[in-house]
Write a protein that binds this ligand. Structure first.
Ligand SMILES: Cc1cc2nc3c(=O)[nH]c(=O)nc-3n(C[C@H](O)[C@H](O)[C@H](O)COP(=O)(O)OP(=O)(O)OC[C@H]3O[C@@H](n4cnc5c(N)ncnc54)[C@H](O)[C@@H]3O)c2cc1C
Ligand SMILES: Cc1ncc(C[n+]2csc(CCOP(=O)(O)OP(=O)(O)O)c2C)c(N)n1
Length: 574
């Protein structure tokens, strides 16, 4: 019997080293799922919502650096992938999405479930190719895979079910995919220029991001030579913060005051592998120098005086021998001391409350950090769980942290934990979920049972869309549309066949977290945490509050509502 296009499709995926496909099956995908049935390498991971499939594939790709795959059937099936794919694309992780399409003969007729996937996926992919006939296979799929790997982004292959079921024209995969490790670094002249700039500056601050992965030692050596504090952007946290005497925390709304001041008080800011997005937090007067592997990133977020295209590790290796030891140490000392104070301030609010009733979310995150495994993989929902993760989880070079940090979509944590756990069965995987976030894609609690994925889900139950409430308060408008009337999440967990436990008081937080973390299977722990309370001084007008919102939000997020009142008095009424 002749080989089917679908069989060839699966053979190409196997050739690319793919181990699993996350998705929901459907008529138009039947050819591909049937071809999976008869081989051993690639597993089908059945999820309950395609958005979850895309988030899960994104987490797998983030952790392994290798291609991960998700799939959706025609029309609504693959449409559901889109939000998760946006997240993968913005995180720049290599993901292939298989978007099955309606029968070829019906395309363009407004047929049942017809959409135009080429248009739909254009914005969240680097490549979006259609297999309109068997003669295009395996080439289109191979181009897609090669694009996802080399651009580190999303590639989509659209294939009508009818084409997948037809006889293949070509017999075998054509491409052996290589994991190219090119060295990209600025030219010798540029490295000399960069060294000269740095050798002539005294107060230097480094802003590092996810592009510093794999260059920890070089970065620390650089900071030592330059006597430069290192501020990290959120996606760089897992790669920069640990074993690093120069780290002074994050900047931005969720950041530490020390990160903010180290950036604002330098005379040269050296950005390395970061796309930190918030313009307000960049210094206006300092010289700004940026190193990034992608030239199009240079100057995207701030003014730019000197830009260099290069991989962090290779560039720093070329640069370090050309640097002189900076004799000016005061900037670093001040910044590190400031960090120590800011850290103590945050730790002060991460304690069990004295009233024995209120559970501070900061305390939960602090205890979680203490109890979690040395090599735990954390995911955190967009909303306040991102704040607690950023501030209270300590990285150590083995732990990993994944969020929807750039696309900023709610409900990411549990789906990303699914991909993390299934691709890393021996590791402890912990999702820090919001009550709103968990509820949004809650159907996939069933996936934990179905795949026996022993994920631990911590639900920060504040009965609100709390992050939105903070934003409203900071803008001086009243909370509205943010209440959540929640179910008992532990009962929902039990109904889904997974362990559900609750901590009702601060005293119960540690034993209950320990119980859930030590449980040999999927577990959900619900913790009712304090909803942030803040009343904005009544005499502030909307316009005043609006202009001042940034500072207010920072103070609220620092857990110090009183600071807002003080700041307001000082800045608005003087
Ligand atoms: C609710 C919420 C609040 C947030 N608040 C904050 C906040 O206060 N502070 C904060 O920092 N973030 C915050 N974030 C996250 C923020 O939106 C960004 O996602 C984050 O700051 C980007 O981090 P990054 O620069 O490390 O990573 P990316 O944006 O991924 O940038 C990495 C850069 O490195 C480059 N690169 C990749 N590989 C290499 C290499 N080998 N060599 C050189 N360059 C390379 C890439 O081209 C890219 O330009 C928040 C997110 C959410 C959801
Ligand atoms: C899909 C999506 N919808 C809406 C938002 C806007 N938003 C950002 S944070 C947030 C609240 C999240 O609530 P929850 O998960 O309960 O976490 P909390 O902040 O309450 O801890 C909302 C609605 C978003 N980022 N993504």
């Amino acid at each position: 019997m002749a080989k089917k296009v679908a069989e060839l499709f699966v053979e190409v995926l196997a050739e690319a080293g793919v181990q699993r496909i996350y998705g929901v099956s459907g008529d138009s995908l039947n050819g591909i799922t049937d071809s999976l049935r008869t081989q051993k390498q690639i597993e089908w991971i059945h999820v309950r919502h395609e958005e979850v499939a895309a988030f899960a594939a994104g987490a797998e790709a983030h952790l392994t650096g290798k291609l991960a795959v998700c799939a959706g059937s025609c029309g609504p099936g693959n449409l559901h992938l889109i939000n998760g794919l946006y997240d993968c694309h913005r995180n720049r992780v290599p993901v292939l999405a298989i978007a099955a399409q309606i029968p070829s003969a019906e395309i363009g007729s407004g047929y049942f479930q017809e959409t135009n996937p080429e248009h739909l996926f254009a914005q969240c992919s680097d490549y979006c190719g259609v297999v309109s006939g068997p003669e295009q296979m395996p080439r289109v799929l191979e181009i897609a895979i090669q694009t996802a790997i080399s651009k580190r982004g999303v590639a989509v292959v659209i294939i009508p079910g009818t084409v997948a079921m037809s006889d293949a024209v070509h017999e075998n995969p054509r491409v052996h995919f290589s994991d190219a490790k090119t060295t990209v670094r600025p030219s010798e002249d540029e490295v000399d220029l960069l060294a000269d700039l740095l050798n002539r500056s005294e107060r230097i601050t480094i802003l590092g991001g996810a592009g510093c992965a794999g260059a920890h030692d070089e970065l620390v050596e650089l900071a030592g030579k330059l006597q430069a504090p290192i501020v990290h952007a959120m996606r760089g946290k897992e790669f920069i913060e640990y074993d690093n005497p120069f780290d002074v925390g994050m900047t931005g709304l969720l950041g530490f005051s020390s990160g903010y001041f180290a950036m604002m008080n330098c005379d040269l800011l050296l950005m390395i592998g970061t796309d930190f997005p918030y313009q307000q937090f960049y210094p206006e007067k300092a010289i700004i120098v940026q190193i990034d592997i992608r030239g199009e990133q240079l100057g995207r977020r701030s003014k730019l005086d000197f830009g260099f295209v290069g991989d962090t590790k290779a560039t720093l290796q070329a640069l370090l021998p050309k640097l002189e030891q900076n004799k000016y140490t005061a900037h670093l000392k001040r910044s590190v001391e400031h960090y120590r104070e800011a850290r103590n301030g945050l730790d002060d609010v991460a304690t069990a409350s004295s009233d024995k009733k209120t559970i501070h979310p900061q305390y939960v995150a602090h205890v979680l950090d203490k109890l979690a495994a040395e090599d735990a993989i954390f995911t955190c929902d967009v909303g306040t769980p991102t704040v607690w993760a950023a501030r209270y989880l300590k990285m150590n070079g083995k732990r990993r942290i994944i969020g929807s940090f750039t696309h900023g979509s709610m409900a990411n944590a549990m789906p990303q934990a699914i991909g993390a756990q299934i691709s890393h069965p021996g590791r402890q995987v912990i999702a820090m979920s919001g009550d709103g976030g968990l509820a949004m894609l809650m159907g996939d609690l069933l996936t934990l049972r179905q795949h026996q994925a022993p994920i631990k889900i911590i639900v920060f139950r504040n009965d609100a869309l709390a992050f939105v409430e903070l934003e409203m308060k900071a803008a001086g408008i009243l909370d509205f549309t943010t209440d959540l009337h929640n179910p008992d999440f532990t009962k929902i967990a039990e109904g889904a066949g997974i362990l559900g436990v609750k901590a009702n008081t601060p005293d119960e937080v540690e034993p209950m977290l320990a119980r859930a973390l030590n449980y040999n299977g999927p577990a959900l722990i619900e913790i009712p945490v304090a909803r942030q309370e803040l009343s904005v001084p009544p005499t502030i007008t909307y316009q005043e509050a609006k202009g001042f919102g940034l500072f207010m939000l920072r103070a609220v997020l620092n857990g110090r509502a009183d600071e807002v009142i003080d700041l307001a008095k000082v800045n608005l009424f003087h």
